[in-house]
Design a protein around this ligand. Sequence first.
Ligand SMILES: *Cc1c(COP(=O)(O)O)cnc(C)c1O
Length: 367
Amino acid sequence: MNIDLVSLANKGIRGLHPYLPGKPVSELERELGISDIIKLASNENPAGCSSLAQQAIQNELVDITRYPDANGFYLKEALCEHLSVAMDQITLGNGSNDVLDLIARTFAGKDDEVVFSQHAFVVYPIVTQAVEAKAVVVPALNYGHDLKAMAEAISDKCRLVFIANPNNPTGICLFHDELLAFIQQVPKNVMVVIDEAYYEYATDDRYPQTLAWLQEFPNLIITRTFSKAYGLASLRVGYSISHSDVAGLLNRVRQPFNVNSFALAAATAALKDKAFLKQAVDLNQQGMDYLQKELSRLGYDFIPSLGNFITVDMDCDAMDIYQKLLQQGVIVRPVANYQMPQHLRVSIGLMQENQRFIRALKLVAGR
Ligand SMILES: *Cc1c(COP(=O)(O)O)cnc(C)c1O
């Protein structure tokens, strides 16, 4: 007898589509038989990571047989000092994606509604669908959040709102006044997640310092990560800052050893290396300036970004340019799955990588 195994899965899970990662360098090497490939597809840190973090990983090797500290005490302690918050406000995750998943599982369920924007980070629809909640996707305004429409979309059934600031894959940022005005409008029984994965790169004065709002808005959850500016993407470590009651709930759902010892040690050390962080942010700014200048010169429109990537309107089916760039050994990210079939997202690389991308683009697009 043939059993349809797929039909056995939960309804929410059956409707899921797997996350589409950036193409790995090794895969393209195998396919094309070429080396010297550059990857500007996953918003990774081209500068690597802090040498303090690398040393911390080395030091951790002697204890590889032991389970990690289930409470992540030293990392939480370092984060508290870094952020001036209390230990019981922090929840650690296996990447901040893990925390986003914990939040959905904690606050939303079958028939609840979760509000987020069109073109918003792809993990929001995934975690919403997985808990069988209903995604209320609010049409974007010039690729950014339409906060007025989002406020209106919050019904009695809404439990959760996700906002990425800056958003991925658009790079667009909401500034202090507009975001604060929105949060003031959200009912206090609806949790608002501000996903600040690119916080360290968003150096604009108008960028909201949302930690200061937690006191007044206990329904606020802020998530951040070590994957981007700290350059520790492979280790998978992120966290949220929230009211202690919220953190208490998230910690009930969290798997006890969700963050491994190497990630804990490296992240704790990385927080101390202010020089590395500054260097990474400066390098990003230089690369961003260069790419904006060159793309403008070539006549391309791009979305203003405060992240470590820039999303460019190719003015044609972007898959075509994407494939041709691959042939040149340059991996960028198509965003058709975000309803942006004409755009490509390009992570800011080292200066020579940015230059190589521009050279390849000129060649393949004939501009
Ligand atoms: C990269 C990213 C994350 C999550 O990264 P982790 O590696 O899971 O910490 C979360 N939100 C946005 C908007 C991102 O771009």
